[in-house]
Design a protein around this ligand. Structure first.
Ligand SMILES: N[C@@H](CCC(=O)N[C@@H](CS)C(=O)NCC(=O)O)C(=O)O
Length: 217
């Protein structure tokens, strides 16, 4: 059976979390790395909204939201139980934390990144807005090793690329910030084999037209 196709962008946090879930679930896809300034017509035909990631499954279903791709991956195979299937309310709880970050934290993070880039006087205030959400993660990680429990979950993978972005805005401040558990959690991912696989660099698909097999080894 043909492998699914993933249109992806190496440094996009949404594409990153889709690749994390595909990798963690053990799914294989054909990866097509793109640049936003030159989106392939093949991608725009299946998903005219033009955002990455986009997954086209073997039966030609188009999934063009990163969280839906993550859920699709774990619905196919979930050897490490990222969806915590035995607990009926677990997925609802995971999705509610993810929604808070996608709908609220992400906006504050974008403001914070802009303030830093353009030396805005609102930098401190923008960082503090982000910190309200980080404090919750720190508290979770002081109680267990991962965000929802002692096991990694969908939430960890969905949030990680955005926390990584936050950590890179004011590196020196972050390294001494009052979030030691969060730093440890993030470092664990940054140093993992999974992350190095997910961040591997491939030729742009439009240049090479060569599909790269990504995922389960
Ligand atoms: N809600 C979408 C957001 C994806 C998104 O915004 N991706 C950015 C790149 S990080 C994008 O493709 N932007 C399109 C553009 O700038 O043309 C998802 O979760 O997949």
């Amino acid at each position: 059976m043909a492998l699914p196709i993933l249109y992806s962008l190496r440094n996009c946090p949404y594409a990153m979390r889709a690749r994390l879930a595909l990798y963690a679930s053990g799914q294989q896809v054909l990866l097509r790395d793109i640049v936003l300034s030159n989106k392939p017509a093949e991608m725009l035909i299946v998903s005219p909204k033009g955002t990455v990631p986009v997954l086209v499954t073997a039966d030609k279903q188009v999934i063009d939201e990163s969280l839906s791709i993550m859920k699709w991956a774990f619905s196919q195979t979930d050897p490490d139980d990222y969806l915590n299937k035995a607990h009926t309310s677990a997925l609802v709880e995971m999705l509610s934390v993810i929604a808070l970050f996608d709908n609220e934290f992400k906006g504050h993070l974008e403001k914070y990144r802009c303030s830093k880039r353009y030396h805005e006087p609102s930098l401190l205030e923008d960082r503090q807005q982000c910190e309200r959400y980080l404090a919750d993660l720190e508290s979770r990680l002081s109680q267990h090793q991962y965000l929802m429990s002692d096991k990694p979950s969908l939430t960890d993978l969905a949030l990680m690329p955005f926390i990584r972005q936050f950590a890179r805005v004011e590196r020196q401040w972050y390294l001494q910030s009052p979030y030691p558990n969060l730093r440890q959690w993030l470092n664990g991912y940054l140093q993992s084999k999974m992350f190095s696989k997910v961040m591997a660099q491939y030729p742009m698909w439009l240049d090479s037209k060569e599909d790269v097999v990504f995922g389960a080894e």
